[in-house]
Write a protein that binds this ligand. Structure first.
Ligand code: IYR
Length: 230
């Protein structure tokens, strides 16, 4: 690596952004290959209990944390649960809420929309997957003297980090499930999170079982998802 070239902008240090440069042809090839590879990612619900090195989880989280965030505040905490006892507590609390949701809180339309995914209130993967990664968003932070410090565009920022995380999981040859128990404030209590943090997503990470089936879904074609204004 060449030496960092730095410059001050109004007294603030900037570094020269060194990046790879591609020809238009390479750019087309790379974007196509990346799309074709990313399109092979699937949400999986049948996890194996095969362990994953902790270092892998650190790397996935570091990748997630490279996402852009409002005023570069990185307003997230990734809680990583491998304790069997805690996983059981999380499963029991999540299933209690999900039972209520599937039986009394979700509309007929919603339940109908989920039939193709064959989800239900039972969440065995919460005990089976080697790691549960629970992303918390930081609504605000505490400064040195305990004063409140603002974060900005928190939902957008944490959503981006979650997307980066799922991409990193796929790149590592692992699978994940974006689980959304609702309400999920039980996670704040079980994981003893401070008052400035709110649960955002619960993501089991692991290997899939040997023979895994996923819903036979189609993704929307480009004309249904993009509008060009030339
Ligand atoms: N949170 C429930 C229900 C659920 C909702 C949506 I929208 C999904 O895409 C899948 C599931 C659950 O996790 O089962």
């Amino acid at each position: 690596m060449s030496e960092k070239r730095t410059k001050l902008f109004n007294g603030h240090p900037f570094i020269n952004y060194e990046r790879d440069v591609y020809t238009e042809e390479e750019c087309i090839k790379r974007s196509k290959e990346f799309y074709q590879w990313l399109d092979t990612r699937r949400t999986v619900r049948d996890f194996s209990d095969k362990p994953i090195p902790r270092e892998v989880i650190d790397n996935l989280i570091l990748s997630a944390s490279s996402a852009p965030s409002g005023a570069h505040k990185q307003p997230w905490t990734f809680c990583v649960v491998s304790s069997a006892e805690l996983k059981t507590q999380i499963k029991e609390a999540a299933e209690k809420e999900e039972f209520e949701s599937y039986h009394n809180r979700m509309s007929e339309e919603w339940l109908e929309d989920l039939k193709k995914l064959q989800t239900d209130w039972k969440k065995p993967f919460l005990e089976i997957a080697p790691y549960l990664v629970i992303i918390f968003k930081k609504a605000f932070e505490f400064g040195e003297d305990g004063e409140k410090k603002n974060n900005y565009y928190v939902n957008e920022s944490v959503g981006l980090a979650a997307g980066f995380f799922l991409t990193a999981v796929h790149q590592a040859g692992l699978v994940a499930l974006t689980h959304t128990p609702s309400p999920m404030n039980f996670l704040t209590k079980l994981l003893k999170r401070p008052e400035n943090e709110r649960p955002f997503l619960l993501i089991p990470v692991g290997y899939p079982v040997e023979e895994t089936y996923v819903p036979d879904l189609e993704r929307k074609p480009i004309d249904d998802i993009a509008v060009y204004y030339d």
